[in-house]
Design a protein around this ligand. Sequence first.
Ligand code: THG
Length: 292
Amino acid sequence: MVLIGENINIMSKTIGPALKERDPKPIQELAKAEAEAGVDYLDLNIGPARKAGEELMTWAVNTVQEVTDKPLSLDTTNLAAMEAGLKVAKNRPLINSISLQPDRMEPGLKLAKEYDADVIALLWGAEGMPRDANERAMHTVDFIYKANELGIPNEKIWIDPIVSPVSVEINQVKACLEFMAMLGEIAPGCKSTVGLSNISNGTPAHLRPWLNRTYMVMLMRYGLYSAIVDAFDAELVKLARGEKPEIVELVHRIMDGEKPDFSSLTEEEVKYAKTVRVLSGESLYSHSWLEI
Ligand code: THG
């Protein structure tokens, strides 16, 4: 799996102020640490960047490129800032992201074409969040049609179904899995990605990794190509790299209907097993799901 480190983002307590004050040190330290943790891309999330977005993105890209050669995932809804980043990025960057909103899709796709960049298709439509797997499928078809028309092949498109928090909407958690299972047929040659940590938004910090890791392994069952992840979750990186095959197999067997005998599992395996049940909607989410 291709891993995109999520950690450089404007919401972070250290990175937000550093971006605003154009203080390179915290950003460069984090970029180096993410690269050392073994991710493939670094996401540079500067938010909507309504004020001075172009200057901010240019500065952020240059700042990170001083300390690492990793390719970047340029994360902003501001297309002018996106273009500024595309201009200065040395390694071919990823456009994160283009939604299907009518005023955004075509200008975004034209940028992708002009700079020969891969593009994340965020399945956010004219009416906002897709309601189910079928609406995601329709958006996917629309996006690919438009992209192909502008000369962008499927291989350059990374479909993002938009993960929502398990504590908010279990049906959306299930819809993303259902959609991922359909994607290969709907969009041959396309890649896929998710903002994985969205799944655990609003849950206690020490429990978030269990949800993130388990959901990633569940999506891997349907061929997930990449994910935007916490670069510092070493267990998650191992799972993605195929270094914990016994956990991956356990999660997949449970998805296939096996009812594991908890008394024969390790403590770690029990946590994964309980988390699969929550994420597949078989048991209700509560902050104490690992204890019951
Ligand atoms: N799809 C795409 N891009 C995305 C998302 C997506 N980019 C943004 C986001 N979603 C993925 N990135 C993050 C980054 C951080 C967190 C979640 C998702 C996060 N951070 C901690 C928090 O806010 O509590 C810690 C912040 C900190 O470092 O202080 O949860 O869905 N294409």
